[in-house]
Design a protein around this ligand. Structure first.
Ligand SMILES: [Zn+2]
Length: 265
């Protein structure tokens, strides 16, 4: 088998659990064939770290956003800061999202924060990385109201029903699978994975969280993407190499505008 080439479309290299041994984690990722990682910021305090990381390690590409779990970490000027950083840097927008597991009284603010960031991504033509739990209807309505995503995007760690996949595709949204599909009893993710059109299929680790079955731990890291691609290939009846090539090409197309600058000679 020729070497795999994989794109981890959603991870958090800035997390303290990975920062402890980042050179080690990146070396193991390279060894496993993980040639690109989309590193998603979650709150204003980690946006500079994400940008710094991607400047030092070009295989890590930056994405900046305010995650619904961390709304309390927003600063008074977070909107201006995010817009300035997006305008100045080649980066995606996310992790953003809607989460109806959170207390219902946060929903108005969640929606407002989500709406601002989707509009920002569309204004600057950037791909979006989205988190969604039990909020599929508002998510789809919101995307419809914004005319979809200008530069596309993805829902990460997909946990929705198989029949939502087609509605997402109509809004230019791809679907990414992570550790959840590696569980021996993973029926729903496997069914959803089979429902995704080939050109919308992506894989991720969401490291350092959601440790795939088969990875030693203690926490998840990009090298564990190999376990995810194995499970995705099995779900779709593909060779591992075919699943790797398919998801690599899909991610490169979605994130084409976020490639590292060419090195000067
Ligand atoms: Zn995440």
């Amino acid at each position: 088998m020729t070497a795999l080439r994989l794109y981890d479309v959603h991870c958090h290299l800035q997390d303290a659990r990975l920062a402890e041994d980042l050179p080690g984690a990146l070396a193991r990722a390279a060894e496993a064939g993980v040639a690109r990682m989309m590193c998603c910021g979650i709150a204003p305090e980690d946006w500079p770290t994400v940008l710094d990381l991607s400047a030092r390690f070009p295989q890590a590409r930056p994405s900046l956003g305010l995650h619904p779990w961390y709304l309390e970490r927003r600063t008074a000027d977070w909107r201006e800061r995010l817009e300035a950083l997006v305008a100045e840097n080649v980066c995606g927008v996310g992790e953003i999202g809607l989460d109806h597991h959170l207390p219902a009284e946060t929903r108005t603010l969640q929606l407002e924060v989500f709406r601002f960031q989707v509009a920002l991504a569309n204004r600057y033509g950037r791909p979006v990385s989205m988190h969604c739990r039990r909020a599929w209807r508002p998510l789809l309505e919101e995307l419809k109201a914004r005319g979809g995503l200008v530069a596309g995007g993805l829902v990460h760690a997909y946990g929705g029903a198989p029949d939502i996949v087609a509605a997402l595709a109509r809004r230019n949204v791809s679907v990414s699978f992570g550790g959840g599909i590696t569980r021996p009893n993973a029926r729903r993710p496997v069914e959803a994975c089979r429902a995704v059109e080939a050109h919308h299929l992506l894989v991720e680790t969401d490291s350092p969280d959601i440790l795939p079955t088969g990875c030693p731990g203690p926490h998840n890291e990009p090298a564990c993407l190999v376990e995810v691609i194995r499970a995705v290939a099995a779900a779709r009846g593909l060779e591992i190499q075919e699943a790797a090539d398919l998801t690599w090409n899909n991610a490169r197309r979605l994130f084409a505008g976020l490639e590292p600058p060419e090195k000067k000679q």
